[in-house]
Ligand binder design. Structure first.
Ligand code: PNS
Length: 177
């Protein structure tokens, strides 16, 4: 039987627990799922493409059929290049629907054989977005439980680069706390 390859495209700036929830769900229904991180030269991201890729790889290595890649340009061109037949997108609330529908229909116009599959993350993540996580982190709010621990740590380091050197120092001297 034909192997179904799907891509899960997005900015992932940063990866949230909502994204991970969707990746886990997608890994169960597709033979291979490629998390495809967009390199968008027009948009200033908080995390570099390399940082986003590294964090996403670390957080998805538990699923053997999930891979991480980056792309630029048209998503449908990338999908064709990796022989994907489906695109996974998450819908959290009805407010997502209009934009997602427009994008799915435009992508269908560009690549009629590429199916967009919508999945819903767990209700607990229905209000979660990378944009809000960035904003809360930048304003010093608590983001525990919204993003994986690794991402939370990286966000704190972004906000206060001194922390990175403090943590590195602790690791070197073996000090706790
Ligand atoms: O995480 P996001 O920012 O909601 O993801 C949006 C994304 C990356 C899926 C969308 O912007 C995209 O596919 N961009 C690539 C360029 C493209 O194909 N544009 C035409 C969309 S119809």
């Amino acid at each position: 039987m034909k192997k179904v390859v799907a891509i899960y495209p997005g900015s992932f700036d940063p990866l949230t627990n909502g994204h991970l929830d969707l990746i886990e769900r997608g890994s169960k229904i597709f033979d291979e799922l490629i998390v495809a991180i967009l390199r968008n030269p027009e948009k200033q991201a908080l995390f570099s493409l390399w940082e986003r890729r590294e964090m996403t790889e670390a957080m998805t290595k538990q699923w053997r059929n999930v891979h991480v890649d980056t792309f630029e340009g048209l998503m449908v061109d990338y999908a064709v290049s990796v022989k994907a037949s489906a695109v996974l997108r998450g819908i959290r609330a009805i407010s997502d629907y209009e934009y997602e529908l427009q994008m799915a229909l435009m992508n269908r116009k560009l690549a009629p054989n590429l199916e967009t599959v919508f999945m819903m993350p767990a209700e607990a993540y229905s209000y979660l977005s990378s944009r809000l996580v960035r904003e809360i982190a930048q304003l010093g709010g608590a983001i525990g439980g919204l993003v994986p621990d690794l991402v939370e740590r990286r966000l704190r380091e972004k906000m206060d680069p001194a922390l990175k050197f403090y943590d590195l120092g602790k690791r070197r001297t073996g000090k706790k706390g």
